[in-house]
Design a protein around this ligand. Structure first.
Ligand code: 5GP
Length: 122
């Protein structure tokens, strides 16, 4: 996966072709509720730029874009009251990571004890 697919579902959400339940937006970031939540709070945070995965974002995004993404995580987790009890942030990456949508996204999960990091041991 080396070329960005501009027909992926999050690209369509960014273009307004598909609706989303928006949580936060600024010049560089959009955040919205996951359509199939795995926890009481399950929010996706995505850059507006065309980055395939976290490694692409880390290597190629501007300092402003990177700051905006982490700033959005801080703001959202505070606004949703997740800071006190804690939460988890996941970036599934590529085939082994179970990434389904090839536009970089962070999952913010919270609202209950989330259990072990992986469902099954190696
Ligand atoms: P991944 O497996 O790529 O890390 O996660 C993709 C996530 O996107 C999944 O949790 C899935 O439920 C979510 N998702 C897929 N299609 C849509 C959609 O059209 N709208 C929203 N809000 N979430 C979606």
């Amino acid at each position: 996966m080396s070329t960005y697919d501009s027909n992926n579902i999050f690209a369509k959400i960014l273009r307004g072709e598909i609706p989303c339940n928006k949580v936060y937006e600024d010049d560089h970031v959009l955040a919205f509720h996951d359509i199939d939540p795995k926890a009481p709070v399950h929010i996706l945070v995505i850059p507006k730029g065309q980055y395939i995965a976290i490694d692409d974002f880390g290597a190629n995004a501007s300092a402003e874009e990177i700051k905006a993404l982490y700033g959005a995580v801080a703001k959202i987790t505070k606004d949703k009251g997740l800071k006190e009890d804690g939460f988890r942030v996941i970036a599934n990456t590529g085939s082994n990571g179970g990434q389904e949508v090839p536009h970089f996204h962070l999952h913010i999960l919270g609202g209950k004890k989330l259990g072990p990091m992986l469902a099954h041991a190696a």
